[in-house]
Design a protein around this ligand. Sequence first.
Ligand code: DC
Length: 242
Amino acid sequence: MPKPRIIAIDGPASAGKSTLGARLAQVLGYLYVDTGVMYRAVTWEALCQDIPIEDEAAITALAAELSIDITRPQVEDGRQYTVYVDGRDVTWDLRRPEVDQQVSPVSAYSGVRRVLTAQQRAIGLRGEVVMVGRDIGTVVLPEAALKIYLDASPEERARRRLRDKQALGCAIDYETVLLAIRRRDRYDAGRTVAPLRQAEDAIYMDNDHMTIEEELQFILELLQADEAVENDRTWPENGESR
Ligand code: DC
């Protein structure tokens, strides 16, 4: 099967990007990188250090000095990866409600984006990577050979998020989750730096009525048909290994 060196998956919150990205990386034997965790790591660290989220200069300085490391899972507790911040395992802390609430403004700071985008790009350019986020196909790795824009209705995404939150033991109701999803959509799409939008050459997938296996099948068929790797602009020499 032809394999593009870089696969970018973008889309709104709770569209299922992580599930699809992790599965696809597993099938291809690629590294899976969820870039959202990097914005979450900066947010969590700011909360720990009592740095006000509205202090853009301090948050930007924090992003520049933090060492964020994403590795394969180091503990078998259902996680898809392990995230270390300055050597500490913060994987589950990044899913706390207070991080959910504060991460959007942090991710809108241009200085924070500059720092994290450079780190993400360096990882991506090594190749054999499935990278998931909001701006991977448009800003971080525009040369990605396969770009997927994964979408689902706000209602379906709220149902999924509610299930995840309840599994973590959070007492939260559907209406609250739906409101939060709509608010994050507005924030992610409305910010001036690297707003969420579909890259012109991305393939649009609405997974409201798709199972993860169907999504995976759809992408593997695309790869099989060679459509997705036809114009692998980064590695023309990659043709030999296809
Ligand atoms: O995917 P997530 O919910 O973990 O993302 C957390 C926040 O970071 C969310 O507000 C969107 C933002 N984000 C971003 O702006 N760019 C990315 N590449 C990934 C996430």
